[in-house]
Write a protein that binds this ligand. Structure first.
Ligand code: ATP
Length: 569
């Protein structure tokens, strides 16, 4: 049964419904006919004053499964302006914004205020708004909330005194070391008497590790549509395998064959998203293209790209894992993974960007022939069964044509050339860290990958130092130093930097020559000084010869005693 539908019959639905207020139901009924399983189960436990640990497939309605009970609890509380009744922690800004959008209609109906504090703007601005405004529900990323506590601890702790509910969305992410310090400080500033809910599609933490969240006798809610798998039943998971050198072509051909479908493609790094967005702009013409990544795009740029992608019918979004969790765009037809995810649990979250709440959806991972063991790994490790799908039109010849085209694109703009090299380097760096390496090393066809990036040169990297197969790489004969930036300002900067570098090189060489000359002159001078005068050398030569002659005379008795005495004194 689709995880968006409910196994619960009308009795359970009605019982849960009776626990919600008229105002809350008015808002809910505008969008939905009935509650999903996770909403009935989690909502009931939270309303019964229990802590909950919830594991439910992607797209199964977990957001409302904590908002519905949260608003019910706060409605009875009669909160003052600055009393925070609920704190929701989200690992990403985008997800926090999305939760806030779902929460807003309920908050307005109940006269409660929702505030989102997620970074991306100055902390002073956040604090000022916070102190001047109000917040009955605070949705925050841990990093930003930690900074706010550092700056205004007393004020925030006072606001938290009325806290009834702590919700941690994508909870398994909070075991990452990056959240440790912030989380500890945040939990220490909250009242112990509260309800706590941890929500995710993959709760990898063991119970004892969850003590850090201050859970007490937590109820465990696990919603799956069957024992065999944790993914939504309406999600079809595919893989296609090819030579790694054909990965980019395979991805492009797959998209070309589905001109009216909406795609989300995951790449292993920000630079890979930027590079392939440049390539796709020239290879997938007439197709709306979007890109989202962390470093380099600010919050509003990311939000605009996601918004425009949401509104497009056949757009192609290239993204890093910043969109892998929680982001709810209901009509994505295909999710493509260009490379194995760093953590296998992310496979589920990435694929779960489609097939939301009962809708049909498809996910594809492109696997190099040397990575085929991954199919079995993800089936055993994540209970996800992958079916093979072919891409009939891709071939080695076409891949080579595409590689030549990518080289040409890089030659048109040095910025793209540099982006491709950075992307390849970050791909390798990400690859060596993914968790399959803990279970078993999945080899990577590095030369094939370099070709799928269309590289002209193989960059020198510590991670590749031991590789013996790199000589197979077909290094382009193009002199890369002649490739110019398309941006005249950048090119002017590069030329002057090159001139400076050339002048520096010339002056270093001149300096070196001067030093050599001086050294030689010094050496010759020293030689002169230490050399015995010609005569002396001859003398020393003569000395030896005269001694030999003298010895011979003495031996033959040709010298009188007096003559010998004279010579020896
Ligand atoms: N009771 C319901 N009936 C039908 N659709 C619902 C219901 N509740 C929520 N939805 C819709 O289901 C979609 C997924 O909801 P939501 O994003 O909360 O899922 P999720 O379980 O949090 O997913 P993820 O694990 O990916 O974060 C949303 O588009 C939401 O509007």
């Amino acid at each position: 049964m689709a995880s968006g539908e409910s196994k619960f019959g009308s009795v359970a639905q009605r019982t849960f419904r009776e626990r919600l207020s008229r105002e809350i139901l008015e808002v809910f009924d505008q969008s939905f006919k009935k509650f999903t399983d996770v909403q009935v189960l989690s909502g009931t436990h939270l309303l019964n004053h229990s802590d909950v640990v919830v594991e439910s497939p992607t797209g199964s309605g977990k957001t409302l499964s904590f908002l519905l009970p949260l608003f019910t609890i706060l409605q009875k509380k009669k909160l003052q302006k600055n009393e925070i009744g609920a704190l929701i922690l989200s690992p990403s800004r985008e997800l926090a914004t999305q939760i806030s959008k779902v929460a807003l209609p309920y908050a307005e109906k109940l006269g409660l205020t929702v505030r989102t504090s997620t970074g991306g703007n100055k902390i002073e601005k956040d604090l000022k708004n916070f102190k001047e405004g109000s917040a009955n529900i605070l949705i925050a990323t841990p990093g930003r909330l930690y900074s706010m506590l550092e700056a205004e601890r007393a004020h925030l702790v006072r606001c938290f005194r009325s806290l009834e509910v702590l919700i941690v969305d994508e909870a398994d992410r909070f075991s990452e070391s990056q959240f440790e310090v912030a989380l500890k400080d945040i939990l220490a500033s909250l009242p112990k008497q509260r309800r706590t809910g941890l929500f995710s599609a993959t709760q990898t933490k063991q119970y004892d590790e969850m003590a850090s969240f201050g859970l007490r006798n937590a109820k465990k809610v696990k919603v799956t549509h069957s024992e065999e798998t944790v993914v939504p039943s309406s999600l079809n998971n595919f893989y296609t395998s090819c030579e790694t050198s054909e990965k980019t072509l395979r991805c492009l051909e797959f998209i070309r064959q589905r001109p009216d479908k909406k795609f989300l493609i995951f790449y292993p790094s920000c630079s890979a998203v930027q590079y392939f967005h440049q390539i796709f702009t020239r290879c997938l013409t007439k197709r709306p293209l979007f890109r989202v990544f962390g470093k380099g795009l600010n919050v509003s740029q990311r939000a605009t790209q996601i918004q425009k992608f949401s509104e497009s019918s056949n757009g192609v979004m290239l993204s890093t894992d910043v969109m892998a969790r929680g982001i709810d765009i209901s009509d994505i037809d295909w999710v493509i993974q260009f490379e194995l995810p760093k953590l296998s649990s992310w496979f589920i979250h990435r694929a779960g960007r489609t097939a939301r709440c009962g809708r049909e959806g498809n996910a594809l991972i492109i696997i190099g022939t040397e990575q085929l063991a991954y199919v079995n790994f993800v089936s055993q490790h994540e209970k996800v069964a992958l079916k093979e799908i072919s891409v009939p039109t891709s071939s080695a010849r076409k891949a080579e044509e595409l590689r030549q085209k990518m080289i040409k694109i890089q030659c048109s703009d040095r910025a793209i050339l540099e982006a491709g090299t950075r992307a390849f380097v970050s791909h390798i760096e990400a690859y060596v860290k993914h968790d399959c390496n803990i279970v078993f090393f999945i080899d990577l066809d590095v030369v094939g990958l370099a070709n799928s990036y269309g590289l002209l040169r193989l960059p020198k990297m510590r991670e590749l130092a031991q590789r013996k197969d790199l000589e197979k790489f077909d290094r382009s004969s193009i002199e890369t130093s002649t490739i110019k930036y398309a941006d005249p300002k950048l090119e002017a900067g590069r030329e002057s930097a090159m001139e400076e570098k050339h002048e520096r090189k010339v002056s270093v060489l001149a300096e070196k020559a001067k030093k050599e000359k001086l050294k030689l002159a010094k050496k010759n001078k020293h030689k002169e000084q230490t050399k015995a005068p010609k005569r002396k050398a001859d003398d020393s030569g003569d000395d030896i010869h005269s001694d030999i002659r003298l010895m011979k005379k003495i031996k033959k008795g040709k010298l009188s005693k007096q003559e010998i005495k004279n010579v020896l004194n």
